[in-house]
Design a protein around this ligand. Structure first.
Ligand code: GLN
Length: 537
């Protein structure tokens, strides 16, 4: 039978609940248990796909084509489990479903209410995921902070669910903040006491407290927390800020967090195998060299907007004992080529990530031109690939006004065009080409060498594609189409063989990288950069 672990947050948002939920998942996986994580988001959007990355950070895409919260990226990376549509539940999707049922007449004239109809739907989302994955443990994180009005139906649903499955089958973990007051030189537990008392007023008694803190919590304060919040002493877990998020599982293991939870859930503990994870953390700590990798995009003020790209670069760095310093380049500042050259000084490699809309495009084209002409290792992702094709068409093939229909609907030379299947699509929610599709690799290409196989599957999120009419001329001008859809109709990867690393993909490789198993294209980029730097030395 599946055991349930609910994770809530108190005092402030941005506590890193997602990392804690993912880390606990890793500790259970290390014991040989199967685990899935679920994220409940109390906002009214049906999914984050339509939200600006400035508001929400990255939209993470699963194999089955769900556009989800970025925490699913952490879950997948930490637990090495592929998740899907059922793993992210929003208020919007719950209400949408209930209202659709009401319109169909399914409620037979009854009054439709938050309790029981919305809460029942939330509970059915928990059970739905259990049925699909049949995991040993299901970890469910509730977004937002205890006390928020909008998360109340979720809290009520988990209260009911905990009661229904009974003691020993579900526990609540409450993540909270222990702030340090420099004026009195003390760590303060009062906000956490208040947060737990609000949680209790909703009928949920947390069994475990995870205390986020900048410094060690004295034993006396831990005991105070245990007493006032009614949790066992060994269930007050300290979670200090760490240099790397990948250290968190080990810090939690040191305090026996998984053991304490297993005990509460009446599951016999097993010896965890964390050797590989420990080795990973060793590698992270002992990186010998540093590379500066630029990310040239338009959401550079909020690093969460490209979190999977950043993590993927780091993963490839770990495999090379190399620390990756990210240099954020605002593509709008590269519209002036002189400025672009200035900003690219000291950059060892560059990534042009995905994006939407025309703003900053000319700057991205300049960054790519600079990388191409100066043999700076380059990786283009989705929009970055489309820009690489436009840049090549303009500056090498000589089609001066080559463009994408996304940026100029009347473009005469649209080397990037709207996909045929997208032409009659109405609305913006969940309507792109989404999720995993196969791609065939060209033998002898850099991509083929990096993957070491002929056929791959990668995740997509786009409306536009390379216009096939231009493939021949671009090829004749030296651009290699090293990845194509199995029917040969859709360009998936382009590359320039004569450069150290100039590869760009229509898909998003960043969604499949793992800390201990870097994605081939990111590894290819960093391997080539390390090699190039050695040569120059
Ligand atoms: N805007 C481009 C498209 O829709 C690229 C999308 C992306 O980078 N995710 O095709």
């Amino acid at each position: 039978m599946t055991k349930y672990i609910f994770i809530t947050g108190g005092v402030v948002s941005s506590l890193g609940k997602g990392i804690i939920a993912a880390s606990l998942g890793r500790l259970l996986r290390a014991r040989g248990f199967s685990v899935i994580n679920q994220k409940f988001d109390p906002y009214i959007n049906v999914d984050p796909g339509t939200m600006s990355p400035f508001q929400h950070g990255e939209v993470f895409v699963t194999d089955d084509g769900a556009e989800t919260d970025l925490d699913l990226g952490h879950y997948e990376r930490f637990t090495d489990t592929n998740l899907g549509k059922l793993n992210n539940v929003t208020s919007g999707s719950v209400y949408q479903h209930v209202i659709e049922k009401e319109r169909r007449g399914d409620y037979l004239g009854g009054t439709v209410q938050v309790i029981p109809h919305i809460t029942n739907e939330i509970k059915s989302r928990i059970v739905g995921a259990t049925k699909q994955f049949k995991p040993d443990f299901q970890l469910i994180e509730i977004g937002g902070t205890i006390g928020d009005i909008e998360s109340l139906p979720f809290i009520e649903a988990i209260r009911q669910f905990k009661t229904e499955v009974g003691i020993g089958n579900a526990v609540s973990v409450h993540c909270t903040l222990i702030p340090y007051l420099p004026t009195s030189g003390e760590l303060k537990t009062k906000p956490s006491q208040h947060s737990v008392s609000v949680l209790r007023s909703y009928g949920i008694q947390p069994e475990i407290l995870v205390c986020r803190t900048t410094r060690p919590i004295p034993k006396t304060e831990k005991e105070k927390l245990a007493l006032f919040c009614s949790v066992p002493k060994d269930a007050v877990i300290e979670c200090r800020d760490m240099k790397s998020i990948y250290e968190v599982p080990l810090a939690l293991e040191e305090q026996n967090m998984a053991h304490v939870i297993l005990d509460m859930l009446r599951v016999e503990d097993r010896k965890p195998d964390l050797k590989a994870w420990q080795q990973l953390v060793e590698n992270i700590k002992n990186s010998k060299d540093t590379l500066t990798v630029a990310i040239a995009g338009k959401y550079t003020k909020l690093s969460d907007a490209y979190i999977s790209v950043v993590e993927s670069l780091k993963h490839a760095g770990y495999a090379n004992d190399t620390k990756i310093d990210i240099k954020w380049i605002n593509s709008e500042e590269c519209v002036d080529y002189k400025n672009c050259k200035e900003l690219m000084k000291g950059v060892n490699a560059v990534v042009v990530p995905g994006g939407f809309g025309v703003r900053g495009i000319e700057g991205k084209l300049n960054v790519i031109k600079y990388a191409r002409e100066n043999n700076i290792p380059f990786l283009g992702l989705c929009l970055g690939m489309q820009c690489a094709v436009i840049e090549y068409a303009r500056n090498v093939l000589g089609i001066k006004d080559a463009n994408s229909k996304e940026f100029d609907e009347n473009a005469q030379h649209a080397v990037i065009d709207l996909m045929l299947e997208q032409k009659n699509v109405q609305g913006y929610g969940g309507t792109m080409r989404l999720g995993a599709y196969d791609c065939m690799l060209k033998k002898g290409s850099k991509a083929h060498r990096a993957y070491g196989k002929d056929k791959i599957s990668e995740r997509h999120r786009h409306r536009y594609e390379v216009n096939n009419e231009y493939i021949r001329p671009l090829e004749e001008a030296g651009l290699v189409f090293s990845g194509m859809s199995p029917d040969g109709m859709l360009a998936e990867i382009v590359e320039l063989p004569r450069l150290d690393w100039f590869v760009a993909s229509q898909f998003h490789p960043e969604f499949k990288s793992r800390p201990d198993r870097p994605h081939p294209l990111f590894k290819g980029l960093i391997d080539a950069t390390v090699k190039q730097k050695k040569k120059i030395k």
